[in-house]
Ligand binder design. Structure first.
Ligand SMILES: Cc1cc2nc3c(=O)[nH]c(=O)nc-3n(C[C@H](O)[C@H](O)[C@H](O)COP(=O)(O)O)c2cc1C
Length: 368
């Protein structure tokens, strides 16, 4: 297996990275009261030392009283939390890496198992996080305007702290995705609608505000998924035409890179072609894309949450698609959560040393 092509540099605006390996954003809940600790900084530094090209942070929440359901998820606002992030990016840069925060509003959530709840009710397009499950309030237009401004402020702060790019979390059933999905967006005003392009208005306004706050030269990524945790097989866009009608306005609003979340990168997005989500997004928009989903592992990440282990697996199929030009970057989640040296081992061809993934790794910040 020759992985040389994955170790070519990539540049786009503010983003200059030494290879094509991206650490996927992974919530770790090790930031008490929302403040990333020195251990969190060291955890990311170790991945940069292990040759990851671009690190995307765990989801880090914007300045809204109910943007999070977990007291240990990091904030991306407030003096203390931003000082914590300053330590993170300084460490990553010292180790030769690049990084962007994944800015996040969870939207309407189930209550966290810890029992912690935010000071005000969760908020979303229609107060539900899946059909029939009301656990929050329906956002007013003024709530929407405030959330858009908070996304913009977080992006501006990312640039100010020296991050290399920013990623907007628009996937996995959280706030932005709650607007996209007809199952959670029942609005009858101009933020709702029968079609996906109509329900994309909120995302487009978030992207425009982010772009306005960071300027033209700062790389802006959006993470999207067709699936929802409440609907694994969901397709927001059921055809390439629908996908084009969804993604083109997002690109026009200011997106540079589409981060196309799948559980298994090898699964075709539509019939009659083996292209995956990232492959289609690149073909339809001409933008750079990131693929993700069980890279180098035998089982997927929902299995991990159900306590399943995964073994290291071949990168041949990934390389076949990458070398064909389907996508520009490759995000790796659990393999890097468990092993900071994963990228270096792949680069040096030490495949026999790849560890796979064990759920025990979720309970700690693995440093070695
Ligand atoms: C512990 C854990 C936490 C995650 N948290 C996030 C998150 O905060 N934001 C996000 O977009 N995806 C999150 N994901 C999904 C990953 O970014 C990634 O898409 C998924 O794990 C598939 O990649 P993998 O198969 O290489 O692990 C998380 C996954 C795991 C395992």
């Amino acid at each position: 297996m020759n992985t040389d092509s994955l170790f070519r540099p990539f540049s786009l605006k503010s983003l200059n990275i030494k290879n094509r390996i991206v650490m996927a954003p992974m919530t770790r809940s090790f930031s008490p009261n929302g403040v990333p600790t020195s251990d969190v900084a060291l955890y990311y530094r170790k991945r940069a030392e292990g040759e990851v090209g671009l690190i995307l942070s765990e989801g880090t929440v914007i300045n809204r009283p109910s943007s999070s359901n977990d007291a240990n998820v990091p904030h991306f606002y407030g003096t203390e939390a931003l000082a914590g992030w300053q330590q993170v990016i300084n460490n990553v840069h010292e180790a030769g890496g690049a990084m962007g925060p994944q800015i996040w509003h969870m939207g309407v959530m189930d209550n966290h198992a810890s029992g912690w709840v935010p000071p005000v009710p969760f908020e979303g397009p229609s107060g539900i996080n899946r059909p029939g499950n009301n656990n929050g309030k329906t956002m007013t237009e003024s709530d929407i305007a405030d959330v858009i401004a908070a996304f913009g402020q977080a992006a501006a702060d990312a640039k100010q702290l020296g991050f290399d790019c920013v990623e907007i979390h628009g996937a996995h059933g959280y706030l932005i995705d709650q607007f996209f999905w007809e199952g959670t967006n029942l609005r009858t005003d101009s933020y709702g609608g029968k079609t996906l392009p109509e329900r994309s208005r909120f995302a487009i306004e978030v992207i425009k505000e982010v772009r306005k706050r960071v300027g033209d030269d700062f790389a802006v990524i959006i993470r999207l998924s067709q699936f929802k945790p409440a609907a694994y097989d969901n397709k927001l866009a059921a055809t390439p035409q629908e996908m084009e009608a969804w993604l083109t306005p997002l690109a026009d609003a200011g997106i540079d890179i589409f981060h196309c979340s799948q559980r298994r990168f090898w699964e075709p997005e539509f019939n009659d072609s083996d292209l995956n989500f990232a492959g289609w997004a690149k073909k339809l928009t001409g933008k750079a894309t990131i693929t993700v989903g069980s890279v180098g592992l035998s089982g997927d990440f929902f299995g991990a949450f159900a306590g399943e282990s995964s073994q290291a697996s071949s990168l041949d199929e990934l390389l076949r698609r990458y070398d064909r030009g389907d996508f520009d970057l490759v995000a790796v989640g659990r393999a890097l959560l468990s092993d900071p040296q994963w990228t270096k081992k792949v680069h040096q061809g030490h495949n026999e040393q790849l560890k796979g993934f064990s759920p025990a790794a979720l309970g700690q910040l693995v440093m070695e």
